[in-house]
Design a protein around this ligand. Sequence first.
Ligand SMILES: [Zn+2]
Ligand SMILES: [Zn+2]
Length: 324
Amino acid sequence: MATKEVHDRGHIDDKGHWRPERAQGFAPLFTLPFRPIALLKWLFGWGGYIWPIRVIYVVLAYVTWYLLQGGVLETYKSLEFGWIALIVLRNLILLVTVFGFYHVTIYMLKVEKSYGKYHPDWQIKDSKRFLFHDQVKDNMFRSIVSGVPIWSAWEVLYLWLAANGRLPLTTYSQSPVWFVSLFFIIPLWREVHFYFIHRLLHWKPLLKAVHSVHHKNPNCGPWSGMAMHPIEHIGYLSVVLLAFILPVHPVHLFFISQLTALRPAHGHTGFEGPFFKGKWPAGDYFHYLHHKHVSCNYGESTVPLDRWFGTFFDGEGTFRRKGK
Ligand SMILES: [Zn+2]
Ligand SMILES: [Zn+2]
C-alpha cells in the first residue's frame, strides 16, 4: 500500500483533521464472530501480532541479555556503578534511536509529506504549555531525563533481586512451553496493565497532577510517546512486575521492559501507517483517538477492554464522552 493510497483512503474534515475511511476496530483475537482466516492473517501476516515488530523485540531482548549483559546473573549480585551506568547508557541509545528514527524521517525529512497525518498542524514551537516553549524539546526532555532512568531502574532492580535469589526464575530447558508462551502472553499482559493503569491516571486528581503532562500533546508526535510525568513513568513501566511474580527468564524481563519503553514511538507517530512507501507497519489510530478525545480508548486494539468497559470510540460520527 503506497503512502498516497493510504492518504486517498481517508477523509479530511472541515477543520483539516484526517481520518481513515475504515472505523477503528479490534484484532480478531477476542472478537466475535470467530474469524479463523482473519485471525491467522493477523497472527502471522506482515504488520500483525508477531511479525515484524514483536520478533524484533524478542531478538533485541536476546541480544541485550546474552551479548550486552553477559548472560550470567551472578554478575549483578551487588549494585555497582559500572553495570548500572551501562544499562542507563544502553537505554538512552535505544530510546534516541527508535523515537529519533520516526521523528527524523517523518517530521524532519517529511518522507510521508502530510499524507495520512491525523492532525492538521505540525509540532508546536512557541507555546508556554511546553518546557522550552517547544513541544518536541519538552517531549524529548521528559523521555530522556525521567523516562530513561526510571526504565533503567526497573531493569536494575530486577537483575539485582534475581541475582540474589529473590525472584522465581525459569529456563527454556526447565519449561520450554511456558518459556515460549511468555512471548505471546507478555504483550497481552502489557495491554491489560496499560488499560487499568491508564484509567487510574484519568482519575481527576491524578489526571490533573500527573497524566496532564502526557495530554499536553493532543497533536502527538513520536517523542510524545514517553513524554510523561515521572510518577506516570513509574506506573507505566511497572508492567515489568509480572517478571517479579511469575517464573521467567531475564530475556523475558528485557522483552517486556524494552517493548513497553519503546512501543510508544510506533504508536504516537500521529500518522496513519504503513510508512516508507507502505513497507513499514506503524502508527496507531486507536491511541490517536485517545489523545484527540481524552475520555475514550484507554487501552490498545488487541484485548478489547475498551469495548468491554464501554470506553471504546471507533472514530466514526460525533464523539460522545465515554465512561465516568
Ligand atoms: Zn499517548
Ligand atoms: Zn490518557
